[in-house]
Design a protein around this ligand. Structure first.
Ligand SMILES: Nc1ncnc2c1ncn2[C@@H]1O[C@H](COP(=O)(O)OP(=O)(O)OP(=O)(O)O)[C@@H](O)[C@H]1O
Length: 488
């Protein structure tokens, strides 16, 4: 039988049986190439060789160690490798006992990462990715994104992936749930990789913030950094540092989300500078709940108002006037603010912003509050004013000053669309699932998401819980002559 080749499309050549009759229907058949056996053997031998070299290079340390042991066993008898292994085991045990952090860093974590890379990720990589639809098949050949590196932490694994050419991170975000189930994680977040074409997948194995964090110790005055107050913990175990200098902070969270713990942890971290007169906290407390507990503290080291008939608005206006005076004094003299006894750093804490800007029955008071807040938030940053506003409802109609707060914290929210309203567009897609935080106080109160300056990816955090007893202890520290029980 004679065959001829026909070109159907670019790159697609098929063999067709040659027809003498020009009107006969064509008989298609795939081309069959007969390769000489020697060539087949050679190609397979080269493949095996390349794979072996790649394996040896990738696992150079364990392979060298195993080879050295095997060689010593062969040359000097089996007791030598056993003795060496026992000595290494004892050495590692001593290292772990003497300096655990360095042992974890240099031995335990890399070994665990290697283990999970080999036996969890590489093993299930192809089936999970095929099922999740992240591979492509073209002309019968399967293209699979490659696994570059795995880094383990006690609660999560970070997996660096080289995507297929033409793939974008949102393709991975869409199937994050499939990946989580496929690799046995509770959650997967997709983060930007170290260069274009790569993404980090963050597989969360256990919730590192499931346990409440007790109030942090009151720091020394020299340790207080207004650019990074320690108020809780991030999911990776590092401290959660909140910046107040040169910014304003909005805390959004449904009722019972733990806004109070963020506010009180911040005040606790500020306490030493309050006592030395470098920081004042002016508290506006429409709910008369959260802040009233520290009323004496604010009255002594700042100001306090819970008066709905104009007192709270007056306090805001006083702050705005004083801020304007400062701005005039500082104009042309200095551009960066350093707190002093004459010009202390003033933190204006408003427990429920929406009460002043939306719910207050008097229209005139609402307007005055809104304009004082707008002045403070738009101009106060460079002259030592910081507004911390808390609110339950993140919707625009309730608070249209939201954009004046550069730093925002999303605690548990009622609806998923509120997440992007608080943290900015795309935050929820990048993993800020603030609407899924548990409403059980023990597990979810004080848990939230923030965006740090260094990265667009939201970070999960938990504020330390400052209990009533802790607040009493703070008051006792600040006002030793006061009968704290009586004042509270
Ligand atoms: N960081 C935290 N860790 C553990 N539990 C917390 C934490 N913060 C708050 N809680 C618990 O959750 C409860 C509600 O917290 P909180 O009153 O601070 O919420 P909220 O957001 O201020 O609510 P609301 O807007 O109704 O005042 C508290 O009584 C406390 O028991």
């Amino acid at each position: 039988m004679a065959w001829e080749f026909r070109k159907l499309a670019p790159g697609e050549n098929v063999a067709v049986e040659t027809q003498r009759d020009p009107f006969a229907a064509p008989k298609w058949a795939p081309p069959v190439w007969h390769m000489p056996e020697g060539l087949v053997l050679l190609v397979n031998a080269v493949r095996v060789l390349v794979r072996t070299v790649v394996f040896l290079v990738r696992n150079i340390v364990p392979v060298s160690a195993a080879s050295a042991l095997a060689w010593s066993g062969y040359a000097y008898g089996w007791t030598v490798p056993v003795l060496v292994l026992a000595l290494v085991g004892v050495g590692l045990g001593v290292w772990a006992a003497v300096d655990r952090p360095s042992f974890v860093r240099w031995i335990a974590r890399p070994v665990r990462s290697w283990w999970r890379m080999a036996f969890v990720y590489r093993r299930h990589w192809q089936p999970v990715l095929v099922t999740a639809g992240l591979t492509k098949t073209h002309h019968g050949r399967e293209y699979l994104p490659s696994l570059v590196r795995v880094r383990c932490s006690p609660t999560s694994d970070r997996v660096l992936v080289r995507m297929l050419k033409g793939q974008a991170p949102d393709a991975w975000e869409r199937v994050a749930v499939n990946l989580a189930h496929g690799f046995g994680a509770t959650l997967v977040r997709v983060r930007d990789g170290d260069r274009p074409g790569r993404v980090w997948l963050e597989f969360v194995r256990t919730d590192a913030l499931a346990e409440p964090i007790p109030a942090l110790p009151v720091p020394d005055a020299s340790e207080v950094d207004l650019s990074g107050l320690m108020i809780g913990r991030c999911e990776d175990g590092s401290p959660w540092r909140l910046r107040l200098l040169g910014t304003h902070v909005l805390i959004a969270g449904a009722t019972g989300a733990g806004k109070g713990s963020v506010i009180w942890s911040t005040i606790r971290a500020l306490l030493p500078l309050m006592l030395s007169g470098l920081v004042e906290v002016w508290a506006i407390d429409p709910k008369r709940m959260e802040l009233s507990f520290g009323r004496v503290l604010f009255e002594r080291y700042g100001r306090y108002s819970s008066d709905p008939s104009g007192g709270m608005v007056k306090l805001l206006e006083t702050a705005a006037e004083d801020m304007n005076e400062r701005a005039e004094r500082f104009a042309g003299l200095t551009r960066s603010f350093t707190p002093s006894a004459e010009f202390p750093f003033r933190v204006i804490v408003v427990d429920e912003l929406a009460f002043l800007t939306a719910y207050c029955p008097e229209r005139d008071l609402r307007k005055r509050a809104e304009s004082a807040l707008a002045v403070l938030t738009s101009q106060g940053r460079s002259v030592g004013y910081c507004v911390i506003g808390a609110q339950q409802d993140a919707r625009k109609e309730v608070n249209n000053l939201r954009n004046l707060f550069p730093d925002r914290i999303a605690l548990r929210l009622d609806e998923d669309e509120q997440v992007d309203m608080v943290l900015g567009d795309g935050a929820r897609d990048r993993g800020a699932l603030a609407d899924q935080i548990s409403s059980v106080p023990q597990i979810g109160a004080g848990v939230g998401f923030v965006r740090l300056e260094t990265s667009p990816d939201p970070v999960r955090v938990r504020a330390a819980y400052v209990s009533d007893a802790d607040i009493r202890q703070m008051v006792a520290l600040a006002l030793p002559d006061l009968d704290v029980e009586g004042a509270a």
